[in-house]
Design a protein around this ligand. Structure first.
Ligand code: AMP
Ligand code: MG
Length: 491
């Protein structure tokens, strides 16, 4: 038999009995590979030559279980839109196991859309081609943007027709993650009063993600702080890129600090702090500018689960955990400002930089200004031409006032315009997954059965910072006819 090269070492299955249910993927009629991520396959020590064959398609569809895998569905709980659901779990996903990649990092290999598990409730456990390609595109784009994220190893169609209001081609995504441990995993056991299990999970998580804490004086408080920092950094990066996750429930917040669960997410075109795309987020709980606040709220939910481990004296535990959670704000602002300095071309730090960064955003507000292009064109302003930037604004007067302060600030740094502009172009992408381009690619795949627009878009998004001639269509905002973009869960 051909060997795809998976060398599984399944620590979750081995060390966390009672945290999952062993499961099997549903057999599907006709696995066919849509896309294999060859670079990632090599990174994982796999053989792309084998994976590209029908054998690979059978593995990624769940029809064949590679040797050494121990397929399981993980249990978790979670706050969904603020309401606690005590039992969620992998209802349409299956963890095949873990591999240690070429740089020594342990990675989960998970099938998403592989059929029912004990956590499926009323769902069919399946996925369809549109959402699978969408997650593939956006997660790989996020990775190329330098934002921590789960990855996409492969997408396959299954030959099934899946009912989602209409019949659609069934598909499975193979997702790779640092782990799939979520805030909600802790909540599941904490809500049941199973403190020993919470401790076991925390010890496992520390060993896997934050091993430097193992021998520290207060590892659990350290763990909470480490997750806080990872999340503060992550959300700061989302904000820099104009990314709206759309469903920041506690079951969609990893303790590794990777972005997970690309359901109703989208990137903003025009700068709008209140941007909401998800059709079910009617109150704007997960709006663009709410994301740091929600991350902090979610962290509070993690903190609650850890209290008995942090200190036997509950008052003291609450004090310590509360302080750790409250420091989220400072850490978030520091990461956000650090990234904004890079986007504005600042190398040094000055006290007024926060105001300067907010000033640029204020100048964009209400201007119909494309967020990504406005930042990108700052580098041309540095090179002496701010006409392209002014052109993305309805009225440039607020920008002009701000630009005087910005230029004065830049003049205090001894950096050449060229070097500064080049550095800025590594912080301000030219290509992001534009909503209309994503939709165009998915529509072509679903309705016209061609993957060409998907392949082309994916290729562009792999190099988001290097502007290339001929790719102008990928850099432009949606035409007005595209209208307000709405996204959906329930993939
Ligand atoms: P999500 O909105 O993707 O974070 O999923 C929330 C919960 O619903 C998780 O427990 C999922 O496993 C479950 N779920 C979502 N879609 C399906 C489906 N098609 N079949 C079964 N369970 C699902
Ligand atoms: Mg989820």
């Amino acid at each position: 038999m051909m060997n795809a090269g998976f060398e599984f070492d399944n620590s979750y299955a081995r060390e966390l009995r009672g945290f999952y249910v062993p499961s099997k993927a549903a057999e599907v009629p006709q696995p066919r590979l849509l896309r294999l991520n060859c670079g990632l396959a090599v990174e994982l020590g796999l053989d792309p030559g084998v994976l590209i064959s029908s054998h690979g398609a059978a593995i990624f569809a769940g029809n064949e279980t590679p040797e050494g895998a121990s397929p399981l569905a993980q249990v978790y709980a979670g706050h969904q839109f603020g309401g606690f659901v005590p039992r969620l779990g992998d209802g349409r996903a299956l963890l095949l196991g873990e591999v240690v990649d070429r740089s020594g990092r342990r990675r989960d290999i998970q099938l998403k859309g592989s059929g029912r598990t004990s956590f499926s409730r009323g769902g069919d456990g399946k996925a369809t081609i549109g959402p699978v390609l969408r997650e593939y595109l956006i997660s790989e784009a996020m990775h190329a943007l330098g934002i921590p994220t789960t990855r996409a190893l492969a997408g396959v169609t299954t030959g099934e027709r899946i009912f989602r209001g209409e019949e659609l081609p069934g598909a499975v995504l193979t997702r790779v993650a640092a782990s799939h441990i979520r805030v909600g995993t802790f909540q599941f056991f904490a809500a049941r009063g199973e403190v020993e299990k919470v401790k076991q999970l925390a010890d496992y998580s520390i060993a896997r993600h934050y091993p430097e804490l193992r021998d520290s004086e207060s590892p659990y408080l350290g763990f909470l702080s480490a997750v806080r920092d990872a999340q503060a950094q992550l959300v700061a990066r989302w904000m820099h890129a104009g990314f709206v996750h759309g469903v920041m429930n506690t079951d969609n917040m990893t303790i590794s600090g990777e972005t997970i669960d690309y359901g109703p997410c989208a990137f903003i075109d025009g700068y709008d702090p209140n941007a909401v795309f998800s059709s079910i987020d009617t109150l704007g709980r997960y709006a663009y500018d709410q994301q740091p606040l929600i991350a902090r709220w979610n962290l509070g939910r993690l903190a609650e689960t850890l209290l008995p481990l942090i200190d036997a004296d509950m008052d003291r535990a609450i004090q310590l955990a509360g302080d750790a959670v409250n420091r989220f704000v400072d850490h978030y602002v520091a990461y956000w400002l650090g990234g904004m300095r890079a986007k504005l071309g600042l190398s040094d730090s000055e006290d007024d930089d926060l105001e300067l960064a907010n000033g640029f955003l204020a100048a964009l507000e209400g201007q119909n200004a494309d967020y990504t292009l406005a930042f990108r064109r700052l580098s041309e302003a540095v090179r002496g031409d701010d006409a392209p930037l002014r052109a993305v604004l309805d009225d440039a007067s607020a920008y002009d006032l701000w630009a005087d302060r910005w230029r004065a600030r830049l003049s205090r740094e001894r950096v050449s315009a060229e070097a500064r502009a080049d550095a800025m172009n590594q912080a301000n992408p030219i290509y992001i997954p534009r909503n209309h381009k994503v939709e165009e690619a998915l529509t072509a795949a679903v309705e016209s059965r061609t993957l060409e627009p998907f392949e082309n878009l994916l290729e562009v998004l792999e190099n988001p910072f290097d502007e290339k001639e001929g790719l102008e269509a990928y850099a432009s905002p949606a035409p007005a006819s595209f209208g307000h973009y709405r996204t959906f869960c329930g993939t």
